[in-house]
Ligand binder design. Structure first.
Ligand SMILES: [Zn+2]
Length: 119
């Protein structure tokens, strides 16, 4: 994963044999097993595909609860799991999050992963 910066992007993997894409760095295609893979960069914009509000976090996530764990469908058509922060419609994100909400990658935490914010 890249270090957090002001304009982060997601580096994923694309299979050259079957076209499968994933927003993670993997040594071979998890769909067909091919090693003919390439890195692919996703711009980080998308919409909420589905989400859950987590009220009891585990481990280092416990202090963060309640928080929104969201599956974001990126503009490129690939889905990425991340935490949604910020607010929408002037209320807390745990109350205002909705499917289809437009979000943008905000930062990448080396332990937790992707953080998104409403745009
Ligand atoms: Zn493949």
């Amino acid at each position: 994963m890249k270090e957090a910066n002001s304009n982060p992007t997601i580096i994923g993997t694309k299979c050259q044999d079957c076209g499968f894409q994933i927003t993670e760095n993997v040594p071979r295609c998890i769909q067909c097993g091919s090693e003919k893979i390439q890195k692919i960069e996703y711009e980080g914009s998308g919409t909420i595909y589905t989400y859950t509000v987590v009220h009891v976090g585990f481990g280092h996530m416990a202090a963060r609860a309640p928080y929104v764990l969201a599956l974001v469908e990126l503009r490129e058509g690939v889905k990425a799991l991340g935490i949604l922060e910020g607010s929408a419609k002037e209320s807390k994100i745990t109350e205002s999050v909705s499917i289809g909400l437009e979000v943008r990658l905000q930062k990448i935490d080396s332990e937790i992963g992707y953080f998104f914010r409403p745009v």
